[in-house]
Design a protein around this ligand. Structure first.
Ligand SMILES: [Zn+2]
Length: 238
């Protein structure tokens, strides 16, 4: 090979090396940026969680708990529904009560009062359904029926209990796992925790540390006390 050929090759290789080094440098920058964004996300999630917790305590202070309905004591709309301003937005009080007791409201569904009392926020007086049920309920009942006229007394067979409770008749409406507003993990991550633990090469405490959980909380995930609906990996090996 001629001298000039070697020089050309050296120049080409040096050029390539410089380009790879600059890409490596860019990768470091990107990783730093990702780490920063992850931190920021965690901060936001924490502040969102604590805003929600504050909202929940404000909410309960404005509820008068009684034998029957738990009536909202705060602001009300002209139609009698409770209004709550918390965590940076305005909520219908009964919808808020549903969310903090059951998780997000499935899209397209309404939170309905089985007691027909718009300002009631008692979680077990709330059900979800579509608009049609709402209309039918309003027609079937006279507003503000109480005592012996209350629908649970007039039509006790309509009270959803046991096998006719909505959690049995429409189990798809139960908010579970990663759909729950407070969920930190996805189903896939839960499967992965259980798989790694079943393989036996990592302790519960170490898994908990990596996931940022208390050992006890991880223990509940691993034994299926929580995330019960996620099937256990049949073969932990892969
Ligand atoms: Zn009620």
């Amino acid at each position: 090979m001629s001298d000039s050929g070697v020089t050309t090759r050296i120049a080409a290789l040096e050029h390539r090396l410089a380009s790879l080094e600059s890409r490596l440098c860019r990768q470091d920058e990107l990783e730093a940026e990702i780490a920063l964004l992850k931190d920021r996300l965690t901060d936001y999630e924490e502040s969102d969680r604590s805003a929600m917790n504050r909202a929940i305590s404000v909410f309960w202070k404005r509820v008068r708990k009684a034998e029957g309905c738990w009536e909202w004591q705060g602001a009300k709309s002209p139609s009698g529904y409770g209004n709550l301003t918390a965590a940076g937005r305005t909520w219908r009080a009964h919808r808020f009560a549903w969310i903090i007791s059951n998780g997000p409201i499935p899209p397209g569904l309404y939170v309905l009062h089985s007691c027909d009392n718009p300002c009631c926020v008692r979680p077990d007086h709330l059900t979800i359904g579509d608009g049609k049920e709402n209309m039918a309920q309003a027609k079937a009942r006279s507003r503000l029926a109480s005592g012996e006229r209350h629908w649970t007394v007039v039509n006790p067979e309509n009270v959803g209990r046991g096998d006719s409770h909505y959690t049995r008749t429409r189990p798809q409406l139960i908010i579970r796992g990663s759909d729950h507003y407070a969920a930190q993990f996805t189903e896939a991550q839960v499967v992965e925790f259980r798989r790694r633990y079943a393989r036996g090469d990592i302790s519960q405490a170490e898994l908990a540390r990596q996931a940022g959980l208390k050992t006890r909380t991880m223990g509940k995930i691993l034994t299926g006390q929580t995330w019960r609906h996620v099937p256990f990996p049949e073969d932990p090996a892969p």
